[in-house]
Design a protein around this ligand. Structure first.
Ligand SMILES: Cc1ncc(C[n+]2csc(CCOP(=O)(O)OP(=O)(O)O)c2C)c(N)n1
Length: 679
């Protein structure tokens, strides 16, 4: 049987459907989401919650002329299905496929890209200001979640909207969830709005009435319909009320269930509105379209709607990997897969907190993702979830550190970018002992450029007073966490997403010497020297064992080891240094080996520009050691999404083979030249 979804090649086709057909379309879209995402996973729960709101948006507004700006934009899958991308939908988040986020390069219906939270209101206000200046007439709509509202940028934008434009539509999609349950005063405030007493009173009256009727199926249907209608009536009634007409309740400022936050910022507020009631959504959006004042529509939606497994565990289905459609179970990793760095982090923080009363853990809305949830369970009084507020998380930690506590702040590398100034100005400048644990340093393949953590080495290694480490495996990771707790300076640790190396973790962590690298492998004692035997043809020939020093940073160790093996098979001699510290760099060990090497190769899961290899290069330059250096790392460009890290590493030459090719090129040059060459 053909589906309405199959008929929609362009959002204008949505407008041709009746309400009943749109409702069927909503069911088809949910089915499409649940079935098509199962093989590779994705942001299922958030998208199931925005089905009706996205349909209604396309019914009332017309992209690409009208502008939809989504916060984070992980909830744009429905929008993608309705804007000419349904045939490629199954490719989402896979190599060469659709992005999991809004992406202007992908479609004219995506007017603004995103991946980090809190940007929609600011960007949309920029679009509105530009429209006002250009004298055009399009509608600008920002769609933002209740958790995005905990982000400071959202409030910076709200502060600025009414003084900038008269035409602005904000859609607050409130499902009470961030990834985990949304926390803090904003979450409580929104909850007050949606549990307004008059809504509950009317609902109770209706329930009483229905209870007296026979309990037939028809009654149940009727009851459901009546409830839907009631929500609409309540919402519409509350929409019509001006703030001053509302009853003052509880806090004496009409604050209970009122719209003060938005209205005091000069925005009209309509809500709470049932975000799954299509006719009501359409009416409300039509109203907003005609409004000559900035307006916020507060929609209440259910995360995971239409799929029991996702309703039961919205946090698990926020961003899930492959899953079984029937049971909702995540496909288990192959037997023998080592625990993830995130699991090890959570367990280690708990163990450290058991012994050290000054340690506390802080997350910016990522308790599950970072693994800090383990601390929340074991020591709730040592655990802080500050919401999507990375800047606040770091300064909050600085404050606690200034009063003698030792905070462990767990933030993904990519979101640490938000807190850069706070790390410099509030932590490093004051030498406060904050431990910054940067999860997902390196690739986040299926998310792509918004989420890869490929810059932190470059932007943090220039900050004074920091100790900066990267572990080669989970045992060293635990040593580093322990070592960090013994320092009185700020410490950063970067480590990747996913399974660790599978090595045994010692019972007792070791205190590492700050700034001391580990020599994994030294030169072979019998190595002979390099000779150039074909200088007439300007070609360096490996006629004897050349010495190549390999310095792989953190998780690049296995790549370094593989490269060493490959080089040794080709007759080179190799030494491997595990730097452990990006800062302070072990100048003594590195220069000692660099002096006796014919070439050096550094490896890093970071951009080459200003990265770890550059740090080694600066050191050698200062020491006047001119051994040529090859830097293996990410190029000076944004890296796309793909279904595996391995694919991207192959594509961008982060492989032993490419390291070897570069080395051969280097040695193919006249010796005088390669002695000064950086590749
Ligand atoms: C700056 C930043 N920090 C953290 C995240 C991780 N993150 C992605 S979505 C999300 C929750 C968003 O919740 P909400 O805005 O309510 O939207 P919902 O998924 O509930 O629709 C978080 C914390 C992010 N994308 N950006």
């Amino acid at each position: 049987m053909s589906r309405y979804l199959d008929m929609i090649d362009d959002p204008s086709h949505v407008k041709k459907l009746t309400i009943a057909q749109l409702q069927e379309l909503a069911g088809e879209i949910r089915h499409e989401l649940i079935t098509k995402l199962a093989p590779q996973g994705g942001h299922l729960a958030s998208n199931l919650g925005v089905v009706e709101l996205t349909i209604a948006l396309h019914y009332v507004f017309s992209t690409p002329v009208d502008k939809f700006i989504w916060d984070v934009s992980h909830q744009t899958y429905v929008h993608k299905l309705l804007t000419g991308r349904k045939n490629r939908f199954a490719t989402i988040r896979t190599t060469g496929g659709l992005s999991g986020f809004a992406c202007p390069a992908e479609s004219p219906h995506d007017c603004f890209g995103s991946g980090h939270a809190g940007t929609a209101l600011s960007a949309a206000l920029g679009f509105a200001a530009a429209r006002d200046k250009l004298g055009t007439n399009e509608n600008v709509i920002a769609i933002f979640g209740d958790a995005a509202l905990t982000n400071g940028i959202s409030f910076e934008a709200l502060n600025n909207i009414a003084t900038t434009t008269k035409r602005f539509i904000g859609i607050l999609n409130d499902n009470a969830y961030s990834i985990d349950r949304n926390v803090g005063a904003i979450a409580r405030y929104l909850n007050k709005l949606i549990t307004h007493p008059s809504f509950n009173r009317l609902q109770r009256d209706l329930e009483r009435l229905l209870k007296r009727m026979p309990k037939s199926e028809i009654t149940l249907k009727l009851r459901h319909k009546a409830e839907e209608a009631l929500k609409g009536v309540v919402s519409q009634a509350s929409l019509k009320q001006a703030p001053e007409e509302r009853e003052d309740e509880f806090d004496g400022r009409a604050g209970y269930g009122s719209s003060l936050i938005f209205e005091e910022m000069g925005l009209r507020y309509l809500g709470p509105i049932d975000g799954h009631n299509l006719p009501l959504l359409i009416d409300t959006f039509e109203f907003a379209k005609s409004c000559d004042q900035p307006i916020v529509l507060h929609l209440v939606t259910q995360k995971g709607k239409g799929y029991d497994a996702a309703i039961q565990s919205p946090e698990k289905f926020h961003g899930i990997g492959p899953y079984d459609i029937k049971t909702g179970d995540a496909i288990k990793p192959a037997p023998g897969t080592p625990p993830t760095y995130q699991e090890i982090f959570g367990e280690t923080v708990v163990r450290l907190c058991e012994r050290d009363t000054k340690l506390v853990g802080i997350t910016a809305a990522m308790p599950s993702g970072t693994g800090l949830k383990a601390l929340a369970k074991r020591f709730p009084d040592k655990y802080y979830d500050v919401g999507i507020a990375e800047e606040h998380a770091v300064i909050f930690a600085a404050g606690m550190a200034a009063r003698g506590f030792h905070p462990i702040v767990a933030i993904y590398s990519t979101f640490t970018q938000r807190a850069y100034d706070c790390i410099i100005h509030d932590v490093a400048l004051q030498k406060l002992p904050v431990i910054l644990c940067m999860d997902r340093a390196g690739l986040s393949a299926s998310d792509g450029p918004t989420h890869h953590g490929l810059f932190d080495v470059s932007f943090l290694r220039c900050v004074p007073n920091l100790i900066f480490m990267a572990p080669k495996d989970e045992d060293e990771f635990v040593d580093m966490l322990f070592t960090a707790t013994q320092q009185s300076l700020p410490v950063c640790i970067r480590y990747p997403r996913g399974p660790a190396e599978g090595v045994k973790i010692k019972d007792k962590p070791e205190l590492l010497q700050i700034g001391k690298a580990e020599v994994i492998k030294s030169w072979t004692p019998t190595t002979r020297r390099f000779q150039t035997s074909d200088s007439a043809n300007n070609v360096g020939v490996v006629s004897d064992s050349l010495k190549v020093l390999l310095i792989p940073l953190g998780n690049m160790m296995s790549l370094g080891r593989k490269t060493a093996k490959l080089l040794e098979e080709q007759g080179y001699d190799t030494a491997i240094i595990n730097p452990r510290f990006i800062k302070p760099l072990d100048a003594a060990t590195i220069t000692y080996y660099a002096q006796s090497a014919d070439a050096i190769i550094t490896f890093e899961d970071n951009v080459i520009t200003g990265g770890f290899g550059s740090a080694v290069m600066e050191l050698l330059s200062e020491q006047k050691i001119f051994t040529p250096l090859i830097r293996i790392g990410w190029p000076d460009q944004f890296i796309e999404h793909a279904d595996s890290n391995e694919y991207l590493r192959q594509k961008y030459g982060i492989t032993p083979e490419v390291a070897f090719e570069k080395l051969k090129d280097l040695f193919a040059q006249p010796e005088s030249k390669h002695k000064f060459q950086v590749v």
